[in-house]
Design a protein around this ligand. Structure first.
Ligand code: SF4
Ligand code: SF4
Length: 408
């Protein structure tokens, strides 16, 4: 309670954050704004407001995009405030079936393997088509999960180490993320290809697990701390210069782990490559295509590493990159938000798609798998064939691998 009050009391109620808040922009309701939510938590922590369904709803409607935190002149730790509040009232909050399923798959490797086999069966036979025709996913309250599933790709088994394919310049640990490992093998493989080509020895610790963001944002600090401790152990190798992430949702969470020696090593892959001075220019084949660049909130507002993807992609000759206009706010995916707040989530997605499609791009790139899945689902539902991929995949596809010969 004291921590909640101390954090909430930092807010000077200036309202500068309001125009940056997606839920306030959509509703024009003060209770759906950062300032309003802080005031509600302040009143509750000061015992002037009872716990109620309405109160919980207003705080739950927050996407935790942290746009408000980025622009706040008083530096209110808004993410911490909301997470702490949710922890205090966790007994009063309900979890949906979709979110529980997502947690099981992301926390337990045996369940993840079973899910992989289940997906193979579901998506490579007529099962998915038939189930959708009969509206079975909706009937079992799993429609929000089913809509996100990309086409099935057989996973490639990962080795624990990949040596640099050019002169070695450092060692990195690759955090693949639970959803990346399950649904986005192309990004994982692309990351290994590009990092080793850039001269990094890549370790992929088998013991790594979910970053814990889902748990923290749902008020389960205990599970979050357990997962953080497992990742800390998994990446304990002192020789690692960096812990590179390919999903900014995970990266932003891991940069806030209490284990500071781990947290300070976490970095987004594109930012890492640019900061390491990697220049692939003469190794990239031209791509005369227009690319819409989506910058996830987690990369922009928490990691603050949003320039990396743009600078990296610009190295591809002939590419034409159009970042989404600043007026486009959160895409609405926000971890499990897209599963339990479909209405707001889709309203925000529609704004983004309208702006993205204006320039008729041939690709849309995003550095976070949650956003990519949500945007892809929105495009599929509109019948628009636009490939959504991680920036590192585009780099890997254009990369002519030049392997150093012995003695060179
Ligand atoms: S959160 Fe920050 S920007 Fe928003 S009202 Fe409070 S002090 Fe102002
Ligand atoms: S985190 Fe995002 S949705 Fe939540 S109050 Fe701040 S700006 Fe609004």
């Amino acid at each position: 309670m004291n921590n909640l009050l101390a954090d909430a009391d930092i807010c000077v109620k200036c309202g500068l954050c309001l125009p940056h808040c997606p839920t306030y922009t959509k509703t024009q309701n003060e209770n759906e704004s950062p300032r309003g939510r802080i005031a509600l938590i302040q009143a509750w922590a000061g015992r002037h407001l009872e716990t109620s369904k309405k109160l919980i709803e207003h705080i739950d409607n927050c996407l935790l995009c942290r746009s408000c935190e980025r622009v706040c002149p008083a530096v209110v730790p808004y993410g911490r405030l909301v997470n702490n509040f949710r922890e205090q009232i966790k007994e009063e909050r309900d979890s949906t079936l979709s979110v529980s399923l997502l947690k099981s798959v992301s926390h337990n490797k045996t369940i993840a393997h079973l899910a992989q086999s289940g997906l193979r069966l579901y998506q490579t036979t007529r099962l998915q088509k038939t189930a959708r025709l009969l509206r079975l996913p909706e009937l079992f309250r799993l429609g929000n999960v089913d809509r996100l599933l990309p086409d099935y790709h057989e996973p490639t088994a990962l080795a624990p180490h990949y040596p640099a394919t050019t002169e070695a310049r450092g060692n990195i640990g690759l955090f693949t993320g639970c959803m990346g490992s399950l649904l986005d093998h192309e990004t994982v493989n692309a990351a290994i290809k590009v990092l080793t080509a850039a001269g990094f020895n890549v370790s992929v610790p088998v013991m790594q697990t979910c970053c814990g963001a889902l748990d923290l944002h749902n008020g389960d600090n205990e599970t979050f701390e357990q997962l953080a401790a497992t990742n800390y152990k998994a990446f304990a190798d002192n020789n690692l210069d960096a812990i590179v992430t390919i999903a900014s949702g995970c990266g932003s969470q891991m940069q806030e782990y209490r284990q500071a020696d781990f947290a300070t090593k976490v970095v987004d892959i594109s930012h890492f490559l640019i900061e390491s001075g990697c220049n692939f220019n003469d190794q990239l084949t031209p791509l005369a295509a227009s690319v819409c660049l989506h910058t996830p909130c987690s990369l922009k507002n928490v990691m603050r590493e949003e320039q990396g993807a743009l600078k990296l992609l610009k190295q591809i000759p002939e590419i034409n990159i159009a970042p989404l206009p600043a007026s486009v706010q959160c895409c609405g995916s926000a971890g499990s938000y897209m599963l339990d707040h479909p209405q707001m989530s889709l309203a925000l997605l529609n704004d983004l798609l309208k702006a993205a499609l204006d320039d008729q791009p041939e690709y849309l790139v995003s550095s976070n798998i949650g956003c990519a899945l949500h945007i892809s689902a929105g495009l599929r539902e509109k019948g628009i064939a636009l490939e959504v991929l991680h920036p590192i995949v585009l780099i890997a596809r254009q990369l002519k691998v030049i392997t150093q010969q012995p003695g060179e």
